[in-house]
Structures are given as C-alpha cells and as structure tokens.
Design a protein around this ligand. Structure first.
Ligand SMILES: [Zn+2]
Length: 278
C-alpha cells in the first residue's frame, strides 16, 4: 500500500475513534464506555392495516397507507462481553454483524426482548447455532410464552444453546454486566422486556417492540399494532416507557423504527416526538 494511502487510513481511524459511524447495514455509537451498534436484518414497510385504529385517523397520519420500518438488532460491546439484543429473522444479520467487525463466535450472550420470529429467527441456521458461544437470556414469562406459541423453535433453540439464563426484570439485577438492567414492558407479549444500558451517566433504552411505527405511534401512543397481545397493557407499557425516556433523558432504540432507530424522545402533552440521532 502506498504510504500516503496508509496515512489517510490512519487519519480516518483516528477521526472515527470514539465517534458515531454509519454504514449500510450497521450503525455504531458509544454509550459511555460501551459500544452500542444497530445491526439491520431487513428493511421494509408496515401497512396501515397493521394498526388497530380508525382508518381515517391512520390515513391522516400516513397518507400513503404505509410507514417505513426496519428489522434491527442491537449489540452492546464492552466490559469483556459482546452481547446481542435480539437476532432478527436471520436474513442479513450475520452479514451485517461481520461488516460491523463483530465475529458471531465472539457473541457470548443473546438477550431476547421477546420471542416473535423477527427477534428469534436469527438464532439458528437450520439446526446450527449462529452464535455458538452464546448463552440465551430470557424473561421466564416469555420463556413460557415461547413454549406455548412456537414449541418447535423453542425446543430446537434450547437443544442447541442449552437452558437459558433467566432475566430478572426488576431494573436492579445485572443482566450479564452491571451496565445492563431489564425492565418489564408487558403487552406486546406476556414477558416482553426492554434493556436500560448505563455507562458514565449516558443511558440508552433498547425498547424491543414497544412500538412498530414511529409515524403513527409517537403522536398516538394509544394506537396498538394488531399483534399486541394484551392491548391495554401494551398501551400502558408504551406510555410509561416513552414518558420515562422523555423525563429522564434516555436515548431510545427500537427494533422496528427506520434504521438505525436511535434517538431522543420529546413529550408534548399526551403525544411524543422522536428526534433521530444523526
Ligand atoms: Zn418485532
């Protein structure tokens, strides 16, 4: 390599160190001392008919009849661990993890927000684990739901990964590392769980499927997706988390917000606004 090219490369590395990096398929930021990386599995759109609300209101919010989405997972790297939060469906997850510089074999924990296929489908490639050195962590209520809702996938995952570690969603118990605590956000599924990650005073909440369309649900948090299993609880959890994120200044990351889905929440009476990070 020509010496001027090497020099330019070194300069770029220095410029990137400690700052946010955005590329196709992944986006890196820092949360205090930790790396926090959004890894995209797939992009897409939700039809307005996905949402349980009056068609006129939905049309007003999303006149094209669709809103953009993503299927993303998040990596927390630091303190000696590489931790994956959800796994996508298994489309571009491995490819984009590798592009972000993360060897799937280095992932030592997979935290599941819940067990719908778009969050668990990336655990396995056929009968083989995509993360051969990882332990699964899951809320026991969600483990029961997995057993009853998708027994075949549950049995295969457990036979490959072994018995999962239980997540205690009390906001006090360490989840792998002291910087991660779990918060129960039931409604979408019975054991739906989010993760609050704190380092050096910086906080980010990995919110699972607390919402599915920013366009529709930030201004109208009372609107559920039709597949929110317990509608009343889903609304209660959504309002509670969005209020806390706004009041306590948390950064917010959600699997289905358009990539990379990381930003700040602002409150305006009963509604919310999302300010994506650049
Ligand atoms: Zn989902």
């Amino acid at each position: 390599m020509h010496s001027s090219v090497i020099l330019l490369f070194c300069l770029l590395l220095v410029l990137c160190a400690g700052q946010s990096v955005r590329a196709e398929g992944f986006a890196k930021t820092k949360v205090g001392d930790l790396d926090f990386i959004c890894v995209q599995d797939a992009g897409g759109e939700f039809d307005n008919t996905t949402f349980a609300a009056d068609a006129d209101l939905l049309h007003k919010l999303a006149p094209s009849g669709k809103t953009p989405n993503s299927c993303s997972a998040f990596v927390v790297k630091g303190n000696g661990h590489t931790i994956l939060i959800d796994t996508g469906m298994g489309r571009k997850m491995l490819e984009n993890l590798k592009a972000a510089g993360i060897d799937p074999a280095s992932v030592d924990a997979v935290l599941l927000t819940h067990t719908h296929h778009d969050h668990t489908g990336g655990l396995l490639a056929g009968d083989k684990p995509n993360f051969p050195n990882a332990k699964i962590w899951i809320n026991p209520k969600e483990l029961d739901f997995w057993k009853s809702s998708n027994k075949a996938q549950y049995e295969k995952a457990i036979s490959v990964y072994g018995e999962p570690n239980p997540i205690v969603a009390d906001e006090k118990t360490d989840i792998v590392i002291p910087e991660i605590k779990a918060i129960a956000i039931p409604g979408h599924t019975p054991g739906h769980t989010g993760f609050l990650i704190t380092s050096k005073g910086d906080k980010i909440f990995a919110a699972g499927d607390i919402l599915h369309s920013g366009t529709i649900q930030f201004p109208h948090p009372e609107i559920n997706a039709k597949f929110d299993r317990d509608p009343a609880k889903a609304i209660e959890s959504r309002r509670s988390i969005l209020n806390r994120a706004a009041d306590e200044g948390w950064r917010f990351a959600a699997a289905h917000l358009p990539f990379p889905g990381i930003g700040k929440i602002k409150k305006n009476a009963d509604a919310f606004q999302f300010e994506p990070e650049k």
